[in-house]
Design a protein around this ligand. Structure first.
Ligand code: CP
Ligand code: NVA
Length: 307
């Protein structure tokens, strides 16, 4: 049985297998054919942080696959009152078929998975957001047919940036990350990605100057400067990220046909300007929709791999 905790646990071939499955399910679904791959199965969705896309896409995805989903807010379940992850995992394993967790610590998620006898999916931790990146990859493939794509991520070296690093290293594309000093990516993820990139041939570079990083980009992407749980440090962050907004000046330095991506929610006037977000180069709603398709691929793949 497999879990979906980080893209590090997957080979390039496995990631592409999930993506292809997701594309197949998406195509069929658009034709009105929804195969009930997960008939009568139940997905539990534990949320210790807020969510719009993750909650709705998992719930609707499971429904479209013939199953049902339970929203379990940590405010309401005993986990929030201190019941250990390992007990929660063993109880839920007796009742559910699969579980998705959005939490703070990757270690807590891994602790849950260690005690779970059903597949566990990472719905975002402080460390990474792997389901988002599969949706992002689908969006890249749909909008950029050329080989040798260059992706530039401008902003906080957070969970999204780390996930881009792992994906680029595994799937072999060029990634440039520009963050202000002090906001670089997790050093362990950087080391991992550089080692993987050496094997795969991916080109990964880091910058402090976003204008240098954005040159020649086919895809420009960013994320909030203030992730969930960092609200208290917001005003310092807004100062420290000066010059990192993706606005039309920044976009004009990328390739003419570059696209703009953002996992959402976006904060206009901070990490991205209104005109870029709403402009012709922006593919943010295709990207959001692909959450639904990517996660259906993940759930079906996990179900197949337990048999
Ligand atoms: N991108 C993303 O995970 O969005 P939500 O926080 O709304 O789930
Ligand atoms: N980096 C953001 C992503 C939200 C989808 C956060 O962790 O809040």
């Amino acid at each position: 049985m497999r879990h979906f905790l980080t893209l590090k646990d997957f080979t390039r071939e496995e990631i592409l297998e999930i993506i292809n499955l997701a594309f197949k399910i998406k195509k069929k679904s658009k034709e009105g054919k929804r195969k009930k791959y997960l008939k009568n199965q139940t997905l539990g969705m534990i949320f210790e942080k807020s969510s719009t896309r993750t909650r709705v896409s998992f719930e609707v995805g499971m429904y479209q696959l013939g199953g049902s989903a339970l929203f379990l807010s940590s405010n309401d379940i005993q986990l929030g009152r201190g019941e250990p992850m390992k007990d929660t995992a063993r109880v839920l394993s007796r009742m559910l078929d699969m579980v998705m967790i959005r939490t703070f610590s990757q270690n807590e998620l891994e602790e849950f998975a260690k005690h779970s006898s059903i597949p566990v999916i990472n719905g975002l931790t402080d460390l990474c957001h792997p389901v988002q990146l599969l949706a992002d990859y689908m969006t890249m493939v749909e909008h950029k047919k050329d080989k040798d794509i260059v992706v530039t991520y401008i902003g906080d070296g957070n969970n999204i940036a780390s996930s881009w690093l792992i994906l680029a290293a595994k799937l072999r594309f060029d990634l440039k990350i520009a963050s202000p000093k002090g906001y670089e990516c997790n050093p362990l993820i950087i080391d991992y990605a550089l080692r993987e990139a050496k094997k795969s041939g991916a080109k990964i570079r880091f910058y402090h100057d976003p204008k240098k990083a954005v040159k020649n980009a086919d895809i420009v992407t960013t994320d909030t400067w203030v992730s969930m749980g960092q609200e208290e440090g917001k005003s310092k962050r807004v100062k420290d990220f000066k010059g990192f907004i993706v606005d039309s000046d920044m976009m004009s330095l990328a390739k003419n046909n570059a696209i703009f991506m953002h996992c959402l929610p976006a904060y206009r006037g901070l990490e991205v300007s209104e005109d870029v977000l709403e402009g012709e180069q922006s593919v943010i709603f295709d990207e959001a929709e692909n959450r639904l398709h990517a996660q259906k691929g993940i759930m079906v793949w996990l179900d197949r791999n337990r048999k």
